[in-house]
Design a protein around this ligand. Structure first.
Ligand code: NAD
Length: 549
C-alpha cells in the first residue's frame, strides 16, 4: 500500500489504499473517525459502526479508558496497541497529554516494558537485525516500506540503568522515536527503530520461554564491529542522508562507535551527547538562580560512564567558552565510580575516564570526596538507587548556600534520591533536577516543582534540526547550541518554583527553537544541504507533523 507524507506533515491516503487494508494500516487508519464521504469513497461502508467520531472524541475515549487501567504497564500495553492501530490518534493523545503520557511510553515505565517485552509482545515494530544476518543486512533494510530519515538503533546491552536486556531493548528505540514524533513533529513514517540483536549475556533472559531474541551469548570483537559496520553502510545507502542515533549501548561500545563514525556519518549518541546537553542546560538554569558563572563551579559526578563523561566533556567546552584553559576546566570536574574517586595513577582506568583522573589521594567514599573537594554540584549518573543519602545531601547543604543536586539515573528505582529527600535534607535549598518524574514537594509552605533533567528535552529538537537542514554530521557545537537554547526557554516563573527546565507541555515549541539553533550551526559550518531559509524557525515549524485527520 502506498502512503506519502504531505507538505504539512500529514499522511496522505492514496488511491490504492482502500477497504479493510486501510483500516489495518496504522499510518492511515482513522477508525471511527472516517467521515461519511470517506467511507463511501474508500470502500469502508459496513466495515465500521455507523457513528462517526471526531479525533477529539476518540482521544477523550482513549484517555478515559487509559486512566481506568490498573497499573502503568497495562497503560503501556494499551497505548502500544493504539500505536499499532491508529498512529494519528496515538500521537494526538501523546502530544496533547505529554506530561501524563511520556512517563508511560518512555522512562520510567518503558524500563519495565523492556524487562517484560517478550511477555507483552503483540506486533513487531521496526527492524530486528540479528548476528545471523551478516552479509544480508541491506536486503533486510530494503524490506522496510518507508523512506526513513531517522533511525534509533540499540544492541540492548545497557538499557536505562537495567543492564543487558538483549532484544527486549527494542522498547527503547520505539519509545524514543515516539517522542521524536510527538515532541518535535518528525513524521512517524520517517522514523525507523532498529534492534541489532547480537545475543545477550543475561542468562535469565536466555532461559525465558518468551524471550524474543537470539539465545546465545553476545557476539564481541571483530565480528561485532563488522556487523555494526555493515549496518551503518547499508543504512546510509538504503536511506541516503539518514540520521542514526546510537541508543543504550554499553559504554565499552558506545564511546568507540561514536568516535569511529561521528566524523564520517550523520550519527550521534544520545546517552553521551543528549544527556550532556540537558544537564548543561540545567546547570545554566541553576546558575541563573545563584548568580554564579559555570567556570567557577566544581562538579562531582557519581558515575563515570557515558552520561558522566559526556556531561563533563560538554561542561569543559562551556567553561572554556567562558575563558578557562582546557586543563583548568577539566580540573573542575571530578568523577567517582564503583571503586571510588577517579584519581591519577589508579590502575586500569578506561580511556574515557583518563582526562578526569586528577592528582589526589585515593578516596573510596562519596561523602568523603564531597568534604575533600567541596563541589558546588553533584550529578548522579551511576544507576545505583539511593546513593544520595541524607548524609550526602546534608553535607552538600553545609558546604553550599544553594547546592546543585541532579539525580539523573533512570528508572525511578535507580534514582540517587527522590525530590522530597533532596529538598528536605537541604532545608529546601537544593537546586534539583531528576531523571524520573516526581510530584511537587511542599516544604515550610513553599512548593517546589522539580522537573526532569531528561534528554527528551534535547534529542527531538536536535533530530529535527539535523533533518530539516540536511546536515551531513552532528557536532558538539550543535549540542552546546541546544543546551543554551533550552536554558533560555526557562522562564522566571519556572525558576521561582525551583524548576530548572520548561514545562513539558511546551516541548514542541522548545524543540522547534532547539531545531532552529541546531540547523543554524549546520548552515554556518557548511554542513547543511542547500541555502539557509530566511526564517529558519518558521521554516522548521512548517515541517512539523501535526497528528490529525
Ligand atoms: P554507564 O554504564 O555508562 O555508567 C555507569 C557508571 O556508574 C560506570 O562508570 C560505573 O563505574 C559507575 N558505577 C556503578 N556503580 C557505582 C557505584 N556504586 N558508585 C559509583 N559509581 C558507580 O551508564 P550511563 O549511560 O552513564 O547511565 C547511567 C545512568 O544515567 C542510567 O541510570 C541512565 O538511565 C541514566 N541516564 C539518565 C539520563 C537522563 O536524561 N536523565 C540520560 C542518560 C543516562
Amino acid at each position: 500500500m502506498k502512503t506519502r507524507v504531505t507538505a504539512r506533515g500529514r499522511t496522505a491516503i492514496t488511491k490504492s489504499s482502500r477497504g479493510i487494508a486501510l483500516l489495518r494500516d496504522p499510518l492511515l487508519n482513522h477508525g471511527t473517525g472516517f467521515t461519511e464521504k470517506e467511507r463511501d469513497a474508500l470502500g469502508l461502508r459496513g466495515l465500521l459502526p455507523p457513528t462517526v467520531l471526531s479525533i477529539k472524541a476518540q482521544a477523550e475515549r482513549v484517555l478515559t479508558n487509559l486512566r481506568r487501567a490498573p497499573d502503568d504497564l497495562d497503560k503501556y500495553v494499551a497505548l502500544n496497541a493504539l500505536h499499532d492501530r491508529n498512529e494519528a490518534l496515538f500521537f494526538k493523545v501523546v502530544t496533547e497529554n505529554i506530561d501524563e503520557i511520556q512517563p508511560i511510553i518512555y522512562t520510567p515505565t518503558v524500563g519495565l516494558a523492556c524487562q517484560r517485552f517478550g511477555h507483552i509482545f503483540q506486533r513487531p515494530r521496526g527492524l530486528f537485525i540479528s548476528a545471523n544476518d551478516r552479509g544480508r543486512i541491506a536486503k533486510l533494510l530494503a524490506n522496510w516500506p518507508y523512506p526513513a530519515k531517522l533511525i534509533v538503533v540499540t544492541d540492548g546491552e545497557r538499557i536505562l540503568g537495567l543492564g543487558d536486556l538483549g532484544a527486549n531493548g527494542m522498547g527503547i528505540p520505539v519509545g524514543k522515536l515516539s517522542l521524536y514524533a510527538a515532541c518535535a513533529g518528525i513524521h512517524p513514517q520517517q522514523c525507523l527503530p532498529v534492534m541489532l540483536d547480537v545475543g545477550t549475556n543475561n542468562e535469565e533472559l536466555r532461559k525465558d520461554p518468551y524471550y524474543v531474541g537470539l539465545r546465545r551469548k553476545r557476539v564481541t570483537g571483530a565480528a561485532y564491529d563488522a556487523l555494526i559496520d555493515e549496518f551503518i553502510t547499508a543504512a546510509r545507502k538504503t536511506f541516503p542522508g539518514v540520521l542514526i542515533q546510537f541508543e543504550d549501548f554499553a559504554n565499552h561500545s558506545a564511546f568507540r562507535l561514536l568516535h569511529k563514525y561521528r566524523d564520517r556519518a550523520c550519527v550521534f549518541n544520545d546517552d553521551i551527547q543528549g544527556t550532556a546537553a540537558v544537564a548543561l542546560a540545567g546547570l545554566f538554569s541553576a546558575l541563573r538562580i545563584t548568580g554564579g558563572k559555570l567556570s567557577e563551579q566544581t562538579l562531582l559526578f557519581l558515575g563515570a560512564g557515558e552520561a558522566a563523561t559526556g556531561i563533563a566533556d560538554l561542561v569543559v567546552s562551556a567553561m572554556m567558552a567562558e575563558g578557562l584553559s582546557e586543563a583548568e576546566a577539566r580540573q573542575r570536574n571530578w568523577l567517582v565510580d564503583s571503586r571510588g574517586l577517579v584519581v591519577k595513577g589508579r590502575q586500569g582506568l578506561t580511556a574515557h575516564k583518563l582526562p578526569y583522573a586528577h592528582e589526589h589521594a585515593p578516596v573510596s567514599n562519596f561523602v568523603t570526596a564531597i568534604r575533600a573537594l567541596k563541589p558546588t554540584a553533584i550529578i548522579g549518573v551511576a544507576a545505583v538507587g539511593g546513593t544520595f543519602t541524607p548524609e550526602v545531601l546534608k553535607t552538600m547543604a553545609e558546604i553550599n548556600k544553594q547546592p546543585i543536586v541532579f539525580a539523573l539515573s533512570n528508572p525511578t528505582s535507580k534514582a540517587e534520591c527522590s525530590a522530597e529527600e533532596a529538598y528536605c535534607y537541604t532545608e529546601g535549598r537544593a537546586l534539583f533536577a531528576c531523571g524520573s518524574p516526581y510530584d511537587p514537594v511542599t516544604l515550610n509552605a513553599k512548593t517546589f516543582v522539580p522537573r526532569q533533567g531528561n534528554n527528551s528535552y534535547i534529542f527531538p529538537g536536535v533530530g529535527l534540526g539535523v533533518i530539516a537542514s540536511g546536515s551531513k554530521l552532528v557536532t558538539d557545537e550543535m549540542f552546546m547550541a541546544a543546551a543554551q537554547t533550552l536554558a533560555k526557554l526557562v522562564t522566571a516563573e519556572d525558576l521561582k518554583q525551583g524548576s530548572l527546565y520548561p514545562a513539558l507541555p511546551r516541548i514542541r515549541e522548545v524543540s522547534a527553537h532547539i531545531a532552529a539553533a541546531v540547523a543554524k550551526v549546520a548552515y554556518q559550518r557548511g554542513l547543511a544541504k542547500g541555502k539557509q531559509p530566511k526564517n529558519l524557525l518558521a521554516h522548521i515549524k512548517a515541517q512539523m507533523y501535526n497528528p490529525n485527520y
